[in-house]
Design a protein around this ligand. Structure first.
Ligand SMILES: Nc1ncnc2c1ncn2[C@@H]1O[C@H](COP(=O)(O)OP(=O)(O)OP(=O)(O)O)[C@@H](O)[C@H]1O
Length: 297
């Protein structure tokens, strides 16, 4: 399995300098390992971006809660081994996953009605994790397969930044119903996010659409609007790859504060961000429904 993933990775890295030839594409198709679903989990949605710090984790948590508020059974997996944020965002910092089921699976922690798992719940302290690639892959496999996720309608996976081993492995190990790509309007972000979109396309992961975060800022004193990270970046990306912008989220001080305090902002009903996350959940459901209908026909 790891040899096949490695071959694929080398070919993908070459892709960044030159597009794959038909021969390389055929090799990649042959090299794809068979994806095995996670038992008892109906849909897996990844939230990714080539870029770090664009809001993937904060957005993942609120998508998960929005789906849960629609009465779906939802879990969230923090796939960021080196910088897990989900424990903080879900107010589970310093909590550990210590219960093992009769079938030898790790019980996920539960907060806000979400089943949650993160490497942060399995390691001893907040200290830095210094692991080589193979250990990271083993940890990812464990988080996917050895956690008592079942039964779930949706598992949201918060991907780490970049287009490396973890993203590729997840895309190759399990069938993903779709991925939400997060970017900021800034060119610096777009460069990395383009690579992520290309990677998802190469491994045949359906892209649900783009969320543009930090799209604008309104001064809390005078309501003056400033486009701090630039303008139309998300739309340019969407046009380039024929994707939809699902939502544009402003820089919001309450959102930032809520994240730090482990309070998902979606709980604050009647706010603009709350309705944006509710709409995002509906867009995900619609995407999956449309995909299923087209597959059946
Ligand atoms: N729309 C927003 N308004 C204000 N602050 C935000 C917004 N979105 C995210 N943040 C803040 O930006 C920071 C980065 O967000 P987050 O950790 O979710 O990004 P990330 O892409 O998951 O980062 P990493 O790549 O490091 O995992 C956090 O402090 C978060 O609270």
């Amino acid at each position: 399995m790891f040899i096949r993933l490695n071959c694929f990775r080398i070919i993908f890295q070459r892709y960044h300098s030159t597009k794959p030839t038909p021969h390389q594409q055929a090799m990649m198709a042959r090299g794809l390992p068979k994806r095995t679903p996670i038992e008892g989990v109906q849909h897996v949605i990844a939230v990714g971006s080539g870029k770090g710090g664009v809001g993937k984790s904060s957005i993942s948590v609120n998508i998960a809660l929005a789906l849960s508020r629609l009465s779906y059974r939802v879990g969230i997996l923090d796939a960021d081994i080196f910088g897990p944020s989900i424990p903080t965002l879900l107010n589970l910092r310093n909590h550990k996953a210590t219960t093992i089921t009769k079938t030898n699976l790790i019980e996920p922690l539960i907060n806000f009605n979400l089943k949650c798992m993160s490497i942060g719940f399995l390691t001893k302290s907040d200290g830095a994790i210094v692991w080589r690639g193979l250990m990271v892959m083993q940890a990812i496999e464990k988080l996917l397969r050895q956690v008592a996720w079942s039964p779930l309608d949706y598992l949201i996976i918060d991907l780490p930044p970049g287009t490396g081993d973890v993203q590729l492995s997840i895309a190759q190990l399990i069938p993903l119903s779709g991925v939400i790509v997060v970017t900021t309007p800034q060119e610096l972000s777009l460069v990395d996010v383009r690579k992520a979109i290309e990677m998802f396309r190469l491994v045949h992961v359906p892209i649900i659409g783009i969320v543009e975060n930090f799209s604008t800022y309104f001064c809390s004193k005078c309501s003056h609007e400033e486009k701090i990270f630039g303008e139309n970046g998300g739309q340019l990306l969407a046009n380039e790859f024929h994707l939809n912008i699902l939502q544009s989220l402003p820089i919001d001080i309450h959102f930032r504060r809520a994240c730090d305090e482990g309070r998902p902002i979606i709980q604050e009903n009647e706010t603009m961000l709350c309705s944006k996350f509710n709409n995002l959940a509906k867009q995900i459901i619609e995407f999956i429904h449309t995909k299923q209908t087209t597959t059946i026909e």
